[in-house]
Design a protein around this ligand. Structure first.
Ligand code: NAD
Ligand code: IPM
Ligand code: MN
Length: 398
């Protein structure tokens, strides 16, 4: 096969910027390798709420399901509603400015998806996509590149050589449990969510983790809170059963999540593969990104039993730098490499992308998030970084 249907989900915030850089890179890769990615965009997140009234419209789901694979940037955050500018300008001559404070005005201009009801929030679209596509396993590799050792806030000897894979369960846990809500009980508001896993959900993620661990260093650390939570006790029991029965060569250990958060910073080289639930995995993988130097470097693969996977950076829409050509596109480019490897069975092309990312760092190019004071490297924007990777992809010796 040499033609693939790829759905691109640019999403919100820095999403469209990093997707544009990634498309440059994939363009160069196709030219070099003589295969075709038929890329078509679809809506998800805040932009889907604005344009289709749904954070993950049915048309987007259908398009994703009939693709060979899906590449997602990120969703969420806020955006400026420029439509309000004329009204504000019209009000300018009026003396009411002494009455309204500037903060109120800015809030009026910014569309806060965050104040929408839950079903109309960008994050709900992302969760709907993961659930409806059956993407129960999220692989988040935190591999320290030698070029970026000094970009980490941790000491060189702590991070050098770190290579951890966090296998995060993605369609269960407190994210999807019911009952949930905010009610009034005895005159007080009460908020609640339910942390819940059934044994089949734990079994299947344990299998993925066992498989991943057996192909890596052979060590698996399952992270839970079994000293307090019943759901974690079940997690521990089921993971132990699956690994001891079906993966006898994998060395299994268990760790409480609070200790794991500390050990990841204290001595991360003790870890090879980690497996954990949805919320603990969300938190620990962001933590692991600082071993690598930046959240802007961390890719991920969201996969299910069958059908297309979704390949997405671990980071969000970075509203603080959106629209300023400051975003690091490398997490998305590395996610595209994971897509080539896992979904398209194009390991050679994946290698080219990964090698090109290292080469661009060797050249000293750095976006702001991985730039260190006085390290003699060149600060570049998202566009320049994407172009540089594309140039290398076109020419690099393999
Ligand atoms: P974030 O990941 O967007 O940003 C955290 C920090 O990391 C910010 O300072 C940001 O500038 C920086 N950062 C992130 N990605 C970067 C990149 N590629 N290059 C350079 N710097 C980068 O997290 P947040 O600020 O907590 O959340 C912002 C929004 O993103 C929220 O709406 C949240 O729900 C959403 N979010 C979405 C996803 C996703 O789409 N998968 C993941 C996390 C958060
Ligand atoms: C991530 C994000 C999402 C999550 C949010 C935006 C729903 O933080 O992909 O890591 O919590 O899974
Ligand atoms: Mn997250």
């Amino acid at each position: 096969k040499d033609t693939y249907q790829i759905t691109l989900l640019p999403g919100d915030g820095i999403g469209p910027e990093i997707m544009s850089s990634c498309k440059d890179v994939l363009g160069a890769l196709q030219k070099r390798c003589g295969f075709t990615l038929e890329m078509k965009e679809a809506l998800i997140g805040g932009v889907a709420i604005d344009e289709a009234g749904d954070p993950f419209p049915d048309e987007s789901l259908e398009q994703c399901l009939k693709s060979d694979s899906v590449l997602l940037s990120c969703i969420g955050g806020y955006k400026v509603n420029y439509n309000t500018l004329p009204y504000i300008a019209a009000l300018l001559p009026l003396p009411i400015y002494s009455l309204i404070n500037i903060h109120t005005l800015i809030c009026y201009m910014i569309v806060q998806w965050d104040s929408n009801p839950r079903e109309l929030r960008p994050e709900t679209g992302l969760l709907k996509m993961r659930k409806s596509m059956g993407l129960f396993a999220n692989l988040r590799p935190a591999k320290v590149l030698s070029q970026l050792i000094d970009a980490s806030t941790l000491k060189r000897e702590v991070v050098e050589g770190v290579d951890v894979m966090v296998v995060r369960e993605l369609t269960g846990d407190v994210y999807f449990g019911t009952p949930k809500g905010i009610d009034v009980v005895d005159g007080k508001r009460v908020g609640y969510n339910n942390m819940i896993y059934d044994e089949t959900e734990i079994e299947r993620i344990a299998r993925v983790a066992g498989d991943v661990a057996s192909k890596r260093g052979g060590k698996l650390c399952s992270v839970d809170k079994a000293n307090v939570l019943d759901v974690s006790q079940l997690w521990r029991d089921v993971v132990t059963d699956v690994i001891t029965k079906d993966f006898p060569d994998v060395e299994l250990s268990h760790m409480y999540v609070d200790n794991a958060a500390m050990q990841l910073i204290r001595w991360p080289k003790q870890f090879d593969t980690m497996v954990t639930g949805n919320i603990f995995g969300d938190i620990l993988s962001d933590e692991a990104s600082m071993l690598v130097g930046s959240l802007g470097m961390l890719p991920s693969a969201s996969i299910g039993e069958s059908g297309p996977g979704v390949f997405e950076p671990c980071h969000g829409s970075a509203p603080d730098i959106a629209g300023q050509d400051k975003a690091n596109p490398l997490a998305l480019i590395l996610s595209a490499a994971m897509m080539l490897r896992y979904d398209l069975d194009r390991a050679e092309e994946a290698d080219i992308l990964e090698k090109a990312v290292e080469a661009v760092l060797d050249q000293g190019l750095r976006t702001a998030d991985i730039k260190q004071e006085g390290d003699g490297c060149k600060l570049v924007g998202c566009i320049e970084m994407g172009k540089a990777v594309a140039d290398i992809v076109a020419t690099i010796d393999m």
